[in-house]
Design a protein around this ligand. Structure first.
Ligand code: PMP
Length: 436
């Protein structure tokens, strides 16, 4: 798409993007939406239903972005929409406790062995930001560890890049973040237990917590290597540091009890978001009571939110979780996702395009490489130019993928066998065109 392509099938989106840029920085309210990762103009969306999303030019796509994870039931699920309507009829925000908040907190706690109590917030960023404060308050230590390529929202401490040497204090990776703040973070490679050991050794007695996406999904999908999460758990126990699982993506996505249920590891603090908002702004953090009770008003760690536990978001969340709790939900997701992954792999092989497909349940990535992809460096070594072409070809064939080689695909319960089939057919055409 180019700015002068007024006859293109995307002409209205192109025009809308130019107009948006006059009033919104970069024309978008979250950077990845700008399609910069695929050298293109973004689609402006008019509506979505089930597995499909429709742009303002009237083009329809099978959607694998799923709002970056939340729409596990598909778009505009009738039960969720109905719950939101009913809640709205009673008022959209009170700034006072509601019964639904306890219902949702109880529901979350019932699915996570590691969680006794929950605090509801409005975004994943807020959940992780609060988890940092809580870990520091609980351990009375200042430093945190994060992994390269894991994303935990845009708070200062987490926009940090590895320092010059192994396990050095980090430097800011973003303008406006002081190095003194980024320096409280130690950034190490994902899936590298020796690096975690070295960080805890070098900063002995000073690490409040290790933050990790138990299934990395912000550099494409990268599962933890066997034993990695167990080793992190052991290290944290030995060093008196907390283990924080950021399950903003994996929570309720790979199992009702998230990645921690799948791999059988109990973190100290869990952050949740995306799916627990049912497509509305809600997120949460949870832990055992002795940790959660550090939070105000019982404890000394302050945290608050005007719209926290918002009635519409809470209603959408409860409706979503009730459907996920039905029998065979995750079996269905597993089955359609496995078919998709297999189909993509076969199509690539047939066309002679080397790919590595990583998948955990309904989170998957197709990397253009013939090597295993286990770290951020591995992702960077993939053929990004080829991904960009693949993205455009898939879009042309009615498949809406995340517009970046560093983002995963999400399959929803609304994706039908026919959707999966069409996607594989589009990929067959796409892969063949790629090698021409
Ligand atoms: N943690 C993880 C693992 C995420 O993927 C994201 C968002 N992609 C966040 C935190 C931040 O969530 P939000 O965008 O709701 O602030």
């Amino acid at each position: 798409m180019t700015a002068d392509s007024s006859h293109s099938k995307y002409s209205q989106s192109i025009q809308a993007f130019a107009e948006a840029g006059r009033f919104i920085p970069g024309g978008v309210d979250s950077p990845v939406r700008a399609f910069g990762g695929v050298d293109n103009d973004p689609l402006f969306i008019k509506s979505a239903s089930g597995s499909k999303i429709t742009d303002i030019d009237g083009n329809e796509y099978i959607d694998y972005v799923c709002s970056w994870g939340p729409m596990i039931l598909g778009h505009a699920h009738p039960a969720v929409i109905d719950a939101v309507h009913k809640a709205a009829d009673n008022g959209t925000s009170f700034g006072a406790p509601t019964l639904a908040e306890t219902t949702l907190a109880r529901k979350i706690a019932s699915h996570f062995d590691s969680i006794d109590k929950v605090r509801l917030v409005s975004s994943g960023t807020e959940a992780v930001m609060t988890a940092i404060r809580l870990a520091r308050a609980f351990t009375k230590r200042d430093l945190i560890v994060k992994m390269v390529g894991c994303y935990h929202g845009h708070s200062d401490c987490l926009l940090a890049a590895a320092g010059s040497g192994l396990a050095e204090n980090a430097i800011a990776s973003c303008a406006g973040v002081p190095d003194q703040i980024a320096g409280l973070t130690i950034v190490i490679p994902y899936n590298d237990i020796d690096a975690a050991k070295a960080a805890l050794q070098k900063h002995k007695g000073r690490i409040a917590a290790i933050f990790v996406e138990p299934i990395a999904a912000n550099m494409g999908a990268i599962p933890p290597l066997p034993g990695y999460l167990q080793a992190l758990r052991r290290l944290c126990d030995e060093e008196g540091s907390l283990l924080v699982f950021d399950e903003v993506i994996s929570g309720f996505r790979v199992a009702l009890g998230g990645a921690q249920q799948l791999y059988g590891i109990k973190p100290d603090i869990t952050t949740l978001g995306k799916i627990i908002g049912g497509g509305l702004p809600a997120a949460a953090l949870g832990a055992r009571s002795e940790i959660m009770d550090m939070l105000a008003p019982v404890g000394p760690a302050y945290q608050a939110g005007t719209l926290s536990g918002n009635p519409l978001a809470t209603a959408a969340a409860i409706a979503t979780l009730e459907i996920l709790e039905q029998q065979d939900t995750y079996k269905k997701l597993e089955s359609s996702s496995a078919t998709l992954a297999r189909g993509l792999a076969d199509a690539a092989k047939e066309a002679g395009v080397p790919v590595t497909i990583n998948r955990v349940g309904s989170i998957l990535s197709c990397f253009f490489t013939d090597k295993p992809v286990q770290t951020f460096d591995d992702v960077q070594a993939t053929d990004i130019a080829r991904f960009k072409k693949y993205f455009s070809l898939m879009l042309e064939h009615g498949i809406y993928l995340a517009p970046s080689a560093y983002e995963a695909m999400f399959v929803s319960l609304a994706h039908t066998d026919s959707d999966i089939e069409k996607t594989i057919e589009a990929a067959q055409l796409g892969f063949r065109t790629l090698i021409k």
